[in-house]
Design a protein around this ligand. Structure first.
Ligand SMILES: [Fe+2]
Ligand SMILES: [Fe+2]
Length: 246
C-alpha cells in the first residue's frame, strides 16, 4: 500500500502512539454507548441481542486501548512532542457519527457496516506497521477480530431487514460518509484560512494603520496640519440664546 510509510511514521513516535490509543478509547466507548441506545430502541429481538453484544465489544475495545495507552504513557516521560495526526489515522471513525433513532434499523445497519469495514481495513494496517511494538500490536489483533465480526453481521442483518433496498441503503450511507468527510476537510481548511487571515490582519494590516497614524501625528506635531484641530471643539462665534439649542 502506497500510504504504508506514512502510517509507519505516524505510529513510530511512542508519545503519539500512546495518545492515539487514548483517543481511540474515547471513540470506542462513545460507540458502545450509542449501540446500547440502539439496542434499547429497536423492536427486532435479534438485532437487540446483536447490538448489545456489539456494544459490549466496543466497551471492551475502549478498555483495551485505554489500558495500553496509559501503560505506555506511564513508561514514557510526560514530554509532549509532535502532531497526533488524527486526521490521517483516525481509528474507528464512523462510530462517533452514529445517529440512533427508533424504526431506523436499515439505515443504522448500513452506516455501521461501512464504518466497521473502514475500521477493519485501518486496524489491519496499524497492526502491520506496529511490528516493533508487539504489545500494542496484540491489542489491534484482538480488536480486529471483533471488527470483522461487526462488519459481517451488519451486512447480513441489513440484507435480512431490508431485502430489496439494502443496496440503496448502503449507497445512502456511503453518501452520508462522503458528506461527513467533506465537512471535516472543509472545517480544517476553514480553520487554516481563519488563522491565515487573522495573521495577515494582526501582522500586516494593523501595523500599516499604526504606522500611518504615527506619521499623521508626527506631521500634526511639526505643524504641517495645524489647520486641522484635533477632536471636537465648541464654536464660540455664535450668539448665546436660550430660545434654540443651536
Ligand atoms: Fe471497536
Ligand atoms: Fe466495531
Amino acid at each position: 500500500m502506497l500510504l504504508l510509510p506514512l502510517h509507519r511514521w505516524v505510529w513510530k513516535n511512542p508519545h503519539r502512539r500512546a495518545r492515539k490509543l487514548l483517543v481511540f478509547a474515547e471513540t470506542e466507548a462513545d460507540g458502545g454507548r450509542d449501540l446500547a441506545r440502539a439496542a434499547e430502541v429497536t423492536t427486532d429481538p435479534l438485532l437487540r441481542r446483536l447490538y448489545l453484544r456489539h456494544s459490549v465489544d466496543e466497551r471492551r475495545h475502549a478498555e483495551m486501548f485505554r489500558h495500553r495507552g496509559e501503560t505506555m504513557l506511564k513508561a514514557l516521560s510526560v514530554r509532549r512532542d509532535g502532531l497526533d495526526a488524527n486526521w490521517f489515522a483516525p481509528g474507528e471513525r464512523g462510530l462517533d457519527d452514529l445517529v440512533v433513532e427508533a424504526d431506523n434499523d436499515p439505515a443504522l445497519l448500513a452506516f455501521l457496516h461501512l464504518s466497521e469495514r473502514a475500521a477493519a481495513t485501518r486496524f489491519a494496517i496499524y497492526r502491520e506497521v506496529l511490528a516493533g511494538d508487539p504489545e500494542t500490536q496484540a491489542v489491534f489483533t484482538g480488536v480486529l477480530r471483533d471488527e470483522v465480526f461487526h462488519m459481517s453481521y451488519t451486512k447480513k442483518q441489513l440484507e435480512r431487514v431490508s431485502p430489496r433496498r439494502h443496496g440503496l441503503k448502503l449507497w445512502a450511507a456511503r453518501l452520508h460518509r462522503i458528506w461527513k468527510a467533506y465537512l471535516r476537510v472543509a472545517t480544517a481548511v476553514a480553520g487554516v484560512m481563519g488563522t491565515l487571515i487573522l495573521f495577515v490582519q494582526y501582522f500586516v494590516v494593523l501595523p500599516c494603520f499604526a504606522l500611518a497614524a504615527k506619521r499623521a501625528e508626527r506631521r500634526r506635531l511639526t505643524g504641517d496640519s495645524l489647520r486641522d484641530a484635533p477632536g471636537w471643539t465648541a464654536r464660540t462665534d455664535r450668539p448665546r440664546t436660550l430660545r434654540t439649542q443651536y
